[in-house]
Design a binder for this molecule. Structure first.
Ligand code: GRF
Length: 219
């Protein structure tokens, strides 16, 4: 009989529709998945993802950033909820609020994000429009550890998609989000299972066969 490692307790932070959150919740239902989603928090009370999380039986709460005087006070409220739930890993999934450096440093190596571009290209917003303007032939998504500098943290995994003739931002976004929904559960499994970890500002894999290069590339 193999000894089961306890599942990592994960909170997902969202601001919107929560489609990545749903893909993570679904993946985490597998008995051998190394993480359990125990909490969903949104800075926007009207986020559709809150309803979707509750429908899946996950406790989901809004912490309205507008109710707090500044980022430090908002982050303190977040921290309180995370501690109360015994959270070990934070997963940002369309969370559109800048976190303070102090909060990010407190969670260093324990907080990941998904970004809709092949980083380090196209940090920030409107990534699909900017990819089209730049004329790149490959676009995609990246899961990375969160560091104080926006979208600049060490990369865990990436998936690439082609940019096709006639694409607009919507068609490209639709192609990328399919890969986001594959990539994020796979990347969280690597991190939560201890097979990917931070080492001197880069991500190293305990087992080179776990290295997410071939498997997560979609061309
Ligand atoms: C995704 O494209 C993600 O990469 C970005 O925000 C979007 C969130 O979408 N960070 P959803 O709320 O997961 O549907």
């Amino acid at each position: 009989m193999s000894v089961q490692t306890p599942k990592k307790r994960v909170a997902i932070l969202i601001s919107g529709r929560g489609s990545n959150m749903v893909s993570l919740i679904e993946a985490a239902q597998a008995p051998d998945y190394p993480a359990e989603i125990v909490l969903v928090l949104s800075n926007r009370p009207d986020a559709a993802g809150l309803t979707r999380a509750r429908a899946a039986g996950i406790p989901a709460r809004a912490i309205d950033h507008k109710a707090y005087p500044d980022r430090t006070a908002f982050d303190a409220a977040l921290q309180k909820e995370l501690e109360a739930a015994g959270i070990e890993l934070i997963v940002l999934a369309g969370f559109m609020r800048i976190l303070t450096d102090a909060f990010v440093e407190r969670w260093a190596g324990r907080m990941i994000n998904i970004h809709p571009s092949l980083l380090p290209l196209f940090k920030g917003t409107h990534t699909h429009e900017r990819a089209l303007e730049a004329g790149v032939r490959l676009h995609g998504c990246t899961v990375h550890y969160v560091v104080p500098e926006l979208d600049a943290g060490p990369i865990v995994a990436q998936a690439a998609v082609p940019v096709r003739a006639g694409d607009d931002a919507d068609s490209l976004a639709a192609r990328v989000i399919v890969q986001e929904h594959r990539l994020y559960p796979a990347a969280l499994a690597l991190v939560a299972g201890g097979r990917a970890r931070l080492d001197g500002g880069r991500v190293v894999f305990s087992d080179e066969t776990a290295r997410p290069d071939g498997a997560l590339l979609s061309l």
